[in-house]
Design a protein around this ligand. Structure first.
Ligand SMILES: [Mn+2]
Length: 306
């Protein structure tokens, strides 16, 4: 039996979709395969997505099973059920372990920079000639994984292959034109149902000599303005509780912008030295959106440039 699985911490929709859709393809091709995980799906596998009814298999790997890893290639983070000496294939889009797996697996390691691992699995379906037989659920899962991992095609890793894959998968999955908005609004509603947990889940503290605010949080949502209207004072209070120099980078997918929220004047001044931003009552908009890791490298470059 082949066992398709992913990472140990949690399954995002990319990992979840890849496990299920790749297992379906191999089974169609007559290769007995199970999609299995010890990890739970995270919030990116929304209620609507779970309602499609595609599920992982209830299967316990045996000592003769072979493993296929999707959306992960760092073996420190593999699902604990994986026996490393029986890994036969790796499909991933995270950097760092390309050479390791190329040496062990040769062409069976497919690790490259692309928006979503789901696009790589789509390409397997396409190349096999079986795409017309893909189930509605698997097509919808792969398509939604591409939306999520590329931030609706606004993320830096997005490629033409991701855009093409979505265009071909969406009709197979019976996804309507407004599905991206529906999906991201549903994820946003989950964030807004417990805004402080969402802030805490992605909070970073900088070194004392950083050119960036000491504490920074980041969240990605469909409609940042609506979220701020509803939750701005809660966010202000919670962030102020983390320190007196802070930033929230709120990435707005629908308007392809970042809303930078920084109430302390010292935080605004730090950011103004790095970016062309205009502050209005603690808020500044930046187009296109910026990721915190890009902000970090701005800070580092300013530092090293003296
Ligand atoms: Mn991914």
């Amino acid at each position: 039996m082949k066992v398709i699985t992913s990472g140990s911490a949690y399954l995002d929709i990319d990992a979840y979709a890849c496990c299920i859709a790749y297992a379906e393809l191999l089974n169609l091709q007559g290769i007995p395969t199970r999609a299995v995980s010890s990890a739970k799906p995270n919030a990116s596998v929304s209620k609507t997505v779970l309602g499609w009814g595609a599920v992982l298999d209830d299967y316990r790997p045996t000592s003769s099973d072979e493993f296929v890893l999707v959306d992960v290639s760092d073996y420190h983070h593999f699902d604990p059920m994986v026996a490393l000496d029986r890994v036969v294939e790796v499909i991933d889009h995270h950097p760092g372990f390309e050479n390791h797996w190329a040496q062990i697996l040769g062409a069976a390691a497919d690790i490259r920079p692309i928006g979503a691992a789901a696009t790589q699995v789509f390409q397997r379906w396409k190349a096999s000639g079986w795409l017309s037989r893909i189930s509605e659920q698997s097509a919808a899962l792969l398509a939604t994984a591409i939306l999520d991992n590329t931030l609706n095609f606004t993320g830096q890793m997005t490629t033409a292959a991701d855009i093409d894959a979505y265009a071909e998968l969406a009709p197979h999955g019976k996804l309507m034109a407004d599905w991206p908005e529906q999906y991201f609004l549903e994820c946003q509603a989950t964030i807004e149902s417990d805004i402080c947990s969402a802030l805490a889940a992605d909070l970073k503290r900088m070194k004392p000599d950083s050119l960036l605010p000491q504490v920074s949080a980041q969240m990605t949502v469909w409609d940042a303005d609506a979220l701020l209207e509803r939750h701005r004072s809660t966010i202000n209070d919670w962030m102020a509780g983390q320190g007196d120099d802070w930033l929230l980078n709120l990435i707005c997918i629908s308007q392809r912008k970042s809303c930078l929220l920084a109430e302390p004047v010292v935080s605004q001044q730090k950011l103004s030295r790095l970016l062309p931003v205009e502050w209005q009552a603690g808020l500044a908009a930046l187009k296109p959106s910026i990721l915190r890791k890009e902000l970090l490298s701005l800070g580092l470059n300013a530092n090293s440039g003296g």
